[in-house]
Design a protein around this ligand. Structure first.
Ligand SMILES: Nc1ncnc2c1ncn2[C@@H]1O[C@H](COP(=O)(O)OP(=O)(O)O)[C@@H](O)[C@H]1O
Ligand SMILES: N[C@@H](CCOP(=O)(O)O)C(=O)O
Length: 322
């Protein structure tokens, strides 16, 4: 579920008086999502998403997220556009939480992406990276390599209960990745950092929008590709689908060609992307109390992806062809 903060009809009416977007017609909580409280609002003029930012989103980061969506939308990317209130501000407070309205995007996310979906995703990711150029606010990636060991420490005494030997396996991988990442020098820019299938909308086979920019940050652009290869191109049996990887990489490269250094770095970046989601899922797995309504995501799915990358040799394992 993703309605942590209940908004009453009176709260909503008072909130909407600050906007010039018509009167509320329907208002309902959205079950999907993990981080924030989301509501679908239809007014006499249009549909919107109302988000109340919950505890994992630092209020100091909100100008980055909202400003980024505005920057990308102005450059033609199909992403939510923050709606400004009568006072010109997009960031407001509602029920004691930071809150914002953004435009609603049509489309549905796909559960089982095809190679065609992966190609559309690769193109949109490259377009996002291009459109992000020139965005003036900086946000370091708190979940890049410097952030992984603290997560592992937070799980440490308990991770072997999730899988025997997991703590030692994570520690050895972090030793490897900390050295490998330190040696990378790659083009950087704004990345989405969580562009999983649930954050990409399609109308039929056409990609209609990208959502959920609340992990976006500055990092190596190719790290975003690695996150997507992990999230889009593994099959339910945990085999990597090279056809999907090739489709994603080729479509990305047609818009923003990869440098030789980026191609060479893909296996390392994919290992990093695997441990990043392994660790955040592991901490959530261990810290979420029994009976909580939030759906817990399986950390071991990402352990299996990590093991695949440890065995893989070069970017050809992802379907890369020069
Ligand atoms: N701008 C939007 N247009 C259409 N649907 C949206 C939009 N933003 C969010 N949603 C819907 O709300 C759900 C949760 O949003 P999301 O930003 O992924 O939440 P969280 O950050 O809490 O994970 C999405 O899966 C999607 O169904
Ligand atoms: N993509 C992450 C979880 C974050 O969920 P979202 O609803 O914010 O996209 C994972 O799979 O671990």
């Amino acid at each position: 579920m993703a309605v942590y903060t209940e908004v009453t009809d009176d709260d909503l009416a008072a909130f909407l008086r600050g906007y010039d977007i018509g009167d509320a017609v329907t208002f309902k909580g959205i079950a999907e999502g993990v981080e924030n409280s989301n509501y679908l609002l239809a007014t006499t003029r249009a549909r919107f998403i109302l988000t109340l930012y919950e505890k994992r989103v630092a209020p100091a980061d909100l100008p980055f997220f909202l400003g980024l969506m505005e920057h990308l939308a102005e450059r033609g990317l199909s992403c939510p556009l923050p709606v400004k209130a009568r006072d010109g501000e997009a960031l407001k407070t509602l029920c004691g939480r930071p809150a914002a309205l953004v435009t609603f995007l049509d489309g549905v996310s796909v559960r089982r992406p095809t190679a065609g979906h992966c190609a559309a995703l690769g193109q949109a990711l490259a377009e996002l990276h291009r459109a992000g150029q020139g965005f003036s606010i900086r946000r370091p990636n708190a979940l890049s390599v410097e952030g992984w060991r603290p997560l592992a420490e937070a799980a440490r005494s308990r991770s072997d209960a999730v899988a025997p030997g997991l703590d030692a396996e994570i520690a050895a991988e972090l030793d490897h990745l900390e050295a490998a990442f330190a040696a990378l020098e790659l083009p950087r820019g704004v990345i989405h950092a969580d562009l999983f299938p649930n954050n990409v909308l399609f109308l039929g086979d056409r990609l209609s929008g990208l959502i959920d920019f609340y992990f976006a940050c500055d990092d190596a652009l190719a790290y975003d590709i690695a996150i997507c290869l992990n999230a889009w191109c593994f099959e339910p049996d945990q085999s990597f689908n090279v056809t999907k990887g090739r489709a994603l990489l080729a479509a990305y490269g047609a818009i923003r060609p990869l440098s030789a250094a980026e191609v060479a770095a893909l296996p390392t970046l994919a290992r990093g992307a695997a441990i990043r989601f392994l660790l955040t899922r592991l901490v959530d797995w261990l810290d979420t109390p029994p009976g909580a309504l939030v759906k817990k995501l399986d950390p071991l799915e990402y352990l299996r992806k990590l093991r695949f990358h440890q065995q893989a040799e070069g970017a050809a394992a992802f379907g890369w062809t020069s």
